[in-house]
Write a protein of this length. Sequence first.
Length: 62
Amino acid sequence: MSSGRPKPDRAVVAVRVMTVVSVALAAMCVWLAFAWSTERSAAACWRTASEFQYHPEDECRG
């Protein structure tokens, strides 16, 4: 017995899969960009602290 809906074309399925993969990669890129900027600011804080022999009290994350 058929459900009444036609079977999707293979090209349509391939495009949908590629769309899902592209969205997942874009989300990973956004997350990595955020993580990189956070770590970069923490590194800059520690670099400044070491150059001026400053001991930060929970100011530098990481």
